[in-house]
Design a protein around this ligand. Structure first.
Ligand code: SAM
Length: 372
């Protein structure tokens, strides 16, 4: 976590310096905005936020070609997207030879990949200004960053070769936004991109944690698993996810974080809640050998009417409930479980979609979620 904090501080300092270009004789704070700067930037962020969340009229326009919006994006959303990918990557092992970042914008995910050591990164977008900014920032990293103009809706002319990591950061929801066939078209896009993955390659899709964008992401997920893709995280379920069938239900992830000062300043100024790092995301693989008895904890502990602790867990065959008998020798381990932990369970009782850990059962915590 210290490395992430150090890396993001470096980028905030760099972006602030670029924005303040030409005012070198004035002493500015290097990690936050002055009051005057805050008034200017928060106004742009407010407009972007409204344009991307409420009526969504900025979606699908080349809003990053507007210099004010570009800096509004850089000094707020860039930092959030960067942190989102760094948090996801804490829990996912990746090969680091090559990556491709679709809809890169000014490059938060590209530079998050660079900072974990990915050596060759292709950053693609349909905004020239955003790509110019990626090139500008690339002089601040030792990794190779190549930019390319790309239109996700029309042009499938993607760089040739095979890649270890493919990212789509907050772009999928912008593609075919008003098209009745948007989900099928997005599935088709991700499926084609699946062909440029290396054998152990992964696709990471991050979307805003809004109700509709999250539902659309789960609809996309459901069709991708039907076509043979596997979800590595947040769920490890290769079945249909029925959350989309219930209007009020949704599924996003909240990471505990301490927002960088500049994010806190802007969020407070315009009343955006950023005390948790929220996102909807998927990490997808074409092939995996996840076992039947491996599950991820996908809820906080819940107390049943009978006073027993339960968790929701998600595994290769769907979503289940996990309970434990108190005399079970690993009861303390059971109580220590947290959302995001990866566990293996064996020899449990199973009834009504619920696994009950008994005395003879095995509970093996494969990986603790280090983030929450
Ligand atoms: C919300 S920004 C996300 C930027 C960055 N990936 C991130 O995670 O912060 C969405 C990006 O998608 C790009 N975009 C939208 N529609 C596109 C399209 N049809 N083809 C290529 N890029 C597109 C926009 O230019 C913008 O850079």
């Amino acid at each position: 976590m210290d490395k992430i904090k150090k890396d993001i501080s470096k980028w905030i300092k760099t972006i602030l310096e670029l924005w303040r270009d030409g005012k070198k004789n004035i002493k500015f704070p290097e990690d936050k905005l002055t009051n005057d700067e805050l008034n200017i930037i928060s106004n742009y962020v407010k407009q972007i936020s409204a344009g991307l969340t409420e009526k969504r009229e900025l979606v699908g326009t080349k809003y990053l070609n507007n210099k004010n919006f570009l800096y509004g994006y850089l000094l707020f959303y860039w930092i959030i997207s960067y942190m989102q990918l760094r948090f996801i990557l804490l829990d996912v092992d990746v090969n680091k030879k090559s990556a491709i970042d679709f809809g890169c914008g000014p490059g938060p995910l590209s530079f998050a990949l660079a900072d974990i050591g990915v050596r060759n990164i292709f950053s693609l977008d349909n905004s020239n200004n955003a790509l110019d900014f990626v090139s500008k920032l690339s002089s601040f990293t030792n990794q190779k960053i190549f930019t390319k103009l790309w239109d996700g809706q029309n042009d499938m002319d993607i760089p040739s070769g095979k890649f270890d990591v493919v990212t789509f950061g907050h772009i999928i929801n912008e593609l075919w936004k008003n098209d009745p066939d948007k989900i099928a078209k997005r599935v088709n896009l991700v499926e084609k991109i699946g062909n440029i993955l290396n054998k152990d390659g992964i696709i990471i899709i991050i979307e805003p944690a809004l109700h509709n964008t999250t539902k659309d992401l789960i609809l996309l997920r459901n069709q991708l698993v039907e076509k043979g893709f596997y979800i590595l995280t947040p769920c490890i379920n290769k079945n249909y996810c029925n959350i989309v069938d219930k209007e009020t239900l949704s599924c996003h992830t909240d990471f505990n974080w301490t927002p960088p000062k500049i994010v806190e300043q802007i969020a407070n100024k315009i009343n955006l809640k950023k005390d948790m790092l929220k996102m909807s995301f998927l990490v997808i693989k074409k092939e995996t050998a996840e076992a039947e008895d491996i599950f991820r904890i996908i809820s906080d502990p819940m107390l049943s009417k009978s006073g027993k602790i339960r968790f929701f867990i998600c595994g290769k065959n769907g979503k289940f409930t996990l309970k434990s008998d108190k005399d079970f020798s690993h009861y303390e381990d059971f109580l220590s479980l947290k959302r995001g932990d990866l566990i293996q369970i064996k020899d449990c009782d199973f009834a009504e979609n619920t696994f009950t850990l008994k005395f003879q059962s095995l509970l093996n915590i494969i990986k603790k979620n280090e983030i929450n």
